[in-house]
Design a protein around this ligand. Sequence first.
Ligand SMILES: Cc1cc2nc3c(=O)[nH]c(=O)nc-3n(C[C@H](O)[C@H](O)[C@H](O)COP(=O)(O)OP(=O)(O)OC[C@H]3O[C@@H](n4cnc5c(N)ncnc54)[C@H](O)[C@@H]3O)c2cc1C
Length: 246
Amino acid sequence: MKQIGQHAIVIGASMGGLLAARALADYYQQVTLLERDTFPARGEQRKGVPQGRHTHALLAQGRQVMEDFFPGLTRQLVEQGALLSDTLAEARRFIGGGHYCQTQTGLLGLMVSRPLLEAQIRSRVLALPNVQAIENCDVLGLTATEDRERISGVRLIRRQTGSAEEVLTADVVVDASGRGSRTPAWLESLDYAPPEEEQVRAGMGYVTRIYQRQPDHAQGAKVVMSNYSAMSFRPKGEISEADISL
Ligand SMILES: Cc1cc2nc3c(=O)[nH]c(=O)nc-3n(C[C@H](O)[C@H](O)[C@H](O)COP(=O)(O)OP(=O)(O)OC[C@H]3O[C@@H](n4cnc5c(N)ncnc54)[C@H](O)[C@@H]3O)c2cc1C
């Protein structure tokens, strides 16, 4: 390990935060994840990730990055019901007014529910000897050195009766608190100029519903996608943990 610092803090222990913690663990003596929610015992939905109820698919490159970080991850997920499939060969896609060609690409993505993926990654990250997580705590803001040269840590409060505000110091703070991030406001309150923001409006809506299929539906395709929907299919009677997303 090429150590570049003593302590790194990551705000938010969802997909972004967990993967950031895994990367930082190679370079910092200690990494602390701070999460507002309680970690569910199994791969269940939680309040902080409302989009987790919608169909999620892990594309090939993302799966490969995670597999490099956590060897054997794909196999573990498949054992729990996830579907490993060639992105084009085993999917029927109708997007932008036309059907995609069904052809072998060698790009293997995973159809897996978001809570199951997160639970598996979380257990691997928290097994690292230099990573710890504090659940049930709200990060309230950042702290800075007196000369405002750098951010020195975070202010937080634990979700327990009688808790008082605490300060946790670190060499680096990573904000992985999602789209509701308060970092621009926190920086402004410390007299830093807010970072420049770029917004892309996707103009898209999402609806998710679980169907039980017959094996021959959709000519046996593992995935069917159209402009506004994506459904992962499973033969009748084989609904598993990986499908529970409603
Ligand atoms: C409908 C929908 C469908 C999607 N489908 C796909 C897909 O198929 N494939 C794919 O790869 N991506 C998909 N995405 C995108 C994916 O869900 C997000 O990119 C991903 O969840 C972002 O992860 P994150 O860790 O950055 O943030 P989030 O998942 O939003 O997590 C933020 C975390 O920070 C915590 N937090 C927030 N504020 C604080 C605080 N002050 N203190 C402590 N903790 C805090 C929250 O509790 C939460 O755990 C989809 C998104 C949506 C909305």
